[in-house]
Design a protein around this ligand. Structure first.
Ligand code: THU
Length: 134
């Protein structure tokens, strides 16, 4: 899984639309059935920007529906050491993850870091929290 996702993230990163930050990101996820990949797409209205990770995940949900379970994710940037996903993306990854999934962080130099999702995001907000109002 690692090799496939890393290759897909690095390949799609070239399509990133990042004229404002210059920071191109590619992400690839594996679900039960397929691999989906996405890039960050920026906008002159900065807040309209979508990150690569969420772009890939939203494609998977659009295609497969709400049964999507992510088995692993790779994120490619040009940072050294490779950059970690932003907090918003970690929250969305955790919403659809199949458990404590592997997160592969890579750059063009071939540097690769491997984390478990729980190491990057030990506490997530869940739908159960929505029921804990008093
Ligand atoms: N970005 C991502 O695509 N993923 C992240 O996890 C962090 C940030 C993008 C958003 C924006 O286009 C650029 O990187 C700089 O923040």
């Amino acid at each position: 899984m690692q090799k496939k996702l890393v290759a897909a993230a690095l390949k799609i990163r070239k399509n990133a639309y990042a004229p404002y930050s210059g920071f191109k990101v590619g992400a690839a996820i594996e679900t039960q059935t397929s691999v989906y990949s996405g890039v960050n797409v920026e906008n002159s209205s900065y807040g309209a920007t979508i990150c690569a990770e969420r772009n890939a995940i939203f494609q998977a949900v659009s295609r497969e529906g709400n049964t999507v379970k992510i088995k692993g994710i790779a994120i490619a940037t040009s940072s050294s050491p490779p950059a970690v996903p932003c907090g918003l993306c970690l929250q969305v990854i955790s919403e659809f993850s199949s458990g404590d999934i592997p997160v592969f962080l890579v750059n063009e130099k071939g540097e690769t870091l491997k984390y478990k999702l729980s190491e990057l995001f030990p506490h997530n907000f869940t739908k159960e929290d929505l029921l804990k109002i008093h």
